[in-house]
Design a protein around this ligand. Structure first.
Ligand code: SF4
Length: 248
């Protein structure tokens, strides 16, 4: 049976798709965002945990077989049913372990669970082809529209991400766009206007969710530079202005 590397499992998640969900974080990510709050999820290998706290696990990441992970997910089936929730695969970048992910999604669909995949969109298009039939919802990140700035702040151009998004649209996938609001980096007028313009033709087909900047976990940011100092969570007023701007 195929194995995959899991970074974390969060039960009773309420922000990763509809209802109550179990969110499974798979390890490994091809991007290198300056603001990443989970830098230990980026490396696809299991790593020794050097943080030293005796409550911490000795290793970051754990190998799971498809059946062991599925058994963990299905334990909360009753909560999924009652809340119209399900399971969400996130990361790192879940799409990088695509064969493992595909088997899990198939198994979850076979048992009638609602499935969501939270993705940066940065992976070969064939990976989307593999999982599309078993994925009820894609939570799809759009971060920065300018390809040069995207390259600078995430380590990769956004060309593949935008092409994969258009592929999913062409296949009538159910998509919710997620925009992480990182002050100055993504949350600036030029960028948000460019995202709005890009999404306009698809707007009746997709939902947009704005993800406010989360100061918690800031201490884990590896690339802590003066540019990342003093970033503030968006105020309620600013969030409402942005919701109005995107007509959410
Ligand atoms: S895509 Fe997500 S997990 Fe990957 S580096 Fe960026 S913030 Fe971190």
């Amino acid at each position: 049976m195929r194995e995959g590397t899991v970074f974390d499992i969060k039960k009773f998640a309420t922000h990763d798709g509809p209802g109550i969900r179990t969110t499974v974080f798979l390890k490994g990510c091809a991007l290198d965002c300056w603001w990443c709050h989970n830098p230990e999820s980026k490396n696809s290998e299991i790593e020794k945990n050097h943080s030293g706290g005796h409550l911490e696990k000795s290793f970051i990441g754990e190998n799971y077989s498809v059946s062991r992970l599925f058994n963990e997910i299905i334990k909360d089936e009753i909560f999924f049913e009652e809340s119209r929730g399900g399971v969400t695969f996130s990361g790192g970048e879940a799409m990088l372990q695509v064969d493992f992910l595909q088997e899990l999604l198939k198994k979850c669909k076979f048992h009638g669970l609602h499935t969501a995949v939270d993705t940066s969109g940065y992976c070969p298009q064939e990976n989307f082809v593999k999982i599309l039939p078993y994925t009820d919802l894609f939570l799809y990140d759009i971060k920065i529209m300018d390809p040069v700035l995207h390259q600078k702040y995430t380590g990769k151009s956004n060309e593949l991400i935008l092409t994969n998004f258009e592929y999913l649209i062409s296949r009538n996938a159910n998509i919710q766009i997620r925009i992480p609001l990182i002050p100055r980096f993504t949350d600036n007028e030029t960028n948000l206007s460019a995202i709005k313009t890009f999404l306009k033709p698809f707007r009746p087909l997709i939902d947009i969710e704005l993800i406010p900047y989360n100061k918690l976990g800031e201490s884990k940011i590896r690339r802590y530079t003066d540019k990342l100092e003093n970033l503030q969570t968006q105020s309620k007023k600013r969030l409402q202005e942005l919701r109005d701007f995107f007509e959410i």
